[in-house]
Design a binder for this molecule. Structure first.
Ligand SMILES: [Zn+2]
Ligand SMILES: [Zn+2]
Length: 297
């Protein structure tokens, strides 16, 4: 045995999860589940001059669809943060010492690396940052169409994302029912066009491939409960929006009766669309439906 060498082991504290939500989901309940605790210990007592361990969080490979969370950027990716970048064990100490991890806003599988300073010895753990229970949609059905239906590479807010139409498993039936009910109200009109949902693993988008601007864009659309529906004629092959006044009234009512809150955003501009909220954000938006359903009486 080579005496002076340090051997480190990184593990999750008992009861701490290797799967966490992305931070800043804008939904307080989920933001409680963005942390985890790891333990760092030495597999043999530290030598007399101690051991210094360096800690680092590495991003996933952007091209690896099994771990990139749906992001395919080539820029420096934002990752979670650790409570310590360095941990020192003094002579004969073995630990364990606790390290706290807090996720970033972006989903994906990150690697937490503990490395003995100035030596090659490392120990790693994988951290899965994701919103669970997200499902993808068919590109088109008889009642709705995704903006990018029929296009090979889905161009979601720049083409750095494989899919931006994922939604929470329990939202999907409500969305499908909205589409069916709208279609049967206006069978000769266009199908509704879904222009944005969430990324496959949720979390923040980097709209312009600029990770620094995450906070401003798609503040919602992170947990699979927010959907954008086209409300204007765009003259592209993906179809028109819910545009006539009569259709809008009916659309809004259908959304409200299916537990959604249809908020018409950027009214009058080329970016106008319906942003549909569901119950996580209902406190802020419930007036939308009380007004719409009141008008109907
Ligand atoms: Zn992205
Ligand atoms: Zn939206």
């Amino acid at each position: 045995m080579d005496e002076g060498c340090c051997e480190v082991r990184l593990s999750f504290e008992e009861g701490s999860s290797n799967t966490v939500y992305p931070s800043k989901t804008r939904y307080a309940v989920f933001d409680k589940y963005n942390t985890s605790t790891l333990e760092l210990e030495l597999t043999k007592p530290a030598p007399p001059n101690g051991c210094e361990i360096e800690l680092e969080v590495k991003p996933p490979d952007d091209n690896d669809t099994s771990s990139n969370g749906g992001h395919n950027h080539s820029s420096n990716r934002l990752v979670g943060k650790l409570s310590n970048k360095k941990v020192t064990f003094t002579g004969s100490e073995v630990g364990p010492k606790k390290i706290k991890y807090v996720s970033g806003e972006v989903s994906g599988v990150e690697t937490i690396v503990a490395k003995v300073a100035k030596e090659d010895y490392t120990s790693e753990q994988k951290m899965r940052v994701m919103v669970p229970y997200l499902v993808s949609l068919e590109r088109e059905t008889d009642t709705y169409v995704l903006k990018q239906a029929g296009v090979e590479t889905v161009n979601c807010s720049t083409n750095y994302h494989g899919d931006c139409y994922s939604m929470n498993k329990w939202i999907k039936p409500f969305f499908e029912r909205i589409a069916v009910q709208y279609r049967s109200a206006f069978p000769k009109d266009n199908r509704i066009v879904l222009t944005d949902g969430s990324l496959p693993w949720g979390g923040a988008y980097s709209i312009y491939s600029n990770w620094g601007s995450l906070g401003n864009k798609h503040t919602y659309h992170r947990i699979g409960t927010d959907l954008d529906i086209r409300s204007k004629i765009h003259g592209d092959k993906f179809g028109n929006g819910v545009k006539k006044k009569k259709n809008r009234r009916m659309f809004e009512e259908i959304v409200c009766r299916n537990h959604g809150y249809p908020d018409l955003e950027k009214v009058g501009t080329v970016y106008e669309h319906y942003h549909i909220y569901f119950w996580p954000y209902r406190a802020k938006h419930s007036n939308i439906c009380s007004d719409i359903l009141k008008e109907k009486k």
